[in-house]
Design a binder for this molecule. Structure first.
Ligand SMILES: [Fe+2]
Length: 141
């Protein structure tokens, strides 16, 4: 990814869809929170700090609610790569916990979190999540 792309806003693409309404809605929520943080980073100062605190809170909530949702449906669909996928979710939780700890010590970097969230979208949502889509297709929604 080029530097100019790294701090650019995320534009939702149809190819990110897993064709499962509630999960797509949650993914769009992640895109919105990441874009808000990127916007705050560009603005700097107090607005950056405020949006950063809000993003940390939302990222913790996202990890709990969204991963629970995905894992529930993957299990229902007997998705064979569930355990591997849960490992990726656990890595996200660790990163967010590290960010919270760094934040409490006044050492967190808002831009670092924004880039992490953006890269998560491109590496996890656009790749790993897409792999369970055919399995979830059989479930009622
Ligand atoms: Fe996932």
């Amino acid at each position: 990814m080029q530097d100019s792309e790294r701090d650019g806003f995320i534009v939702w693409k149809d190819e990110y869809s897993v064709q499962f309404r509630i999960i797509d809605e949650q993914h769009r929520g992640l895109v919105a929170m990441t874009n808000d943080l990127l916007k705050g980073c560009k603005a700097g100062g107090n607005s950056r700090d405020a949006v950063f605190m809000e993003t940390v809170r939302k990222a913790v909530e996202y990890a709990q609610v969204h991963f629970y949702t995905e894992e529930k449906y993957m299990k229902q669909a007997a998705y064979p790569e569930l355990e591997q996928h849960k490992g990726e979710h656990a890595a996200f939780v660790s990163k967010v916990q590290e960010t919270v700890a760094a934040f409490e010590q006044g050492k967190a970097d808002p831009f670092d979190l924004a880039i992490f969230l953006k890269e998560w979208l491109l590496s996890h949502i656009a790749v790993s999540d897409k792999k369970y889509a055919p399995y979830l297709a059989a479930l009622p929604q």
